[in-house]
Design a protein around this ligand. Structure first.
Ligand SMILES: [Zn+2]
Length: 144
């Protein structure tokens, strides 16, 4: 296929290759930026709902972007209050005997969950779809 091509033509092809390299570099940067923006967008979209379960059943679901305090009472007098503020959720108060759930601190990622064992209550962060996403380590595997 290259038969019959002269030096002048070769130089021209070489120049075109250099320009093409530049275009490829620019494209790669654009793709990288695109992936970054998508992951940022996905990240903010994925962790968007606070979900509370008692014995595995969803009893509460609210946007993580909505600030507020929410009581989760149970028929037997057990009560927990979770607080959501600026994308962070934590157990503000509870009448469980050990109060371990209050000491579990603030949660902003899906890798964590807040558990109140005496009340069989679990607080997690989930996607809009309601589907439970794998912990952050799993997402890293998908991204890289
Ligand atoms: Zn508790």
């Amino acid at each position: 296929m290259l038969q019959g091509k002269g030096d002048a033509e070769f130089t021209q092809v070489n120049g075109m290759l250099k320009r093409r390299d530049l275009i490829i570099i620019v494209l790669l940067l654009a793709v990288a930026l695109g992936f970054y923006l998508i992951s940022q967008y996905m990240g903010s979209r994925q962790v968007s709902q606070v979900v509370a379960r008692i014995n595995g059943e969803v009893v509460f679901r609210e946007s993580l972007l909505k600030n507020g305090a929410y009581d989760i009472p149970q028929a037997d007098g057990n009560e927990n209050r979770i607080r959501v503020e600026n994308g962070v959720v934590w157990m503000e108060s509870a009448n469980c005997p050990d109060a371990l759930c209050i000491h579990q601190g603030k949660m902003r990622s899906m890798a964590k969950s807040i558990v109140c064992l005496p009340h069989n209550l679990v607080i997690t962060l989930e996607a809009d779809s309601g589907e439970q996403l794998p912990p952050e380590d799993g997402i890293d595997v998908i991204l890289y």
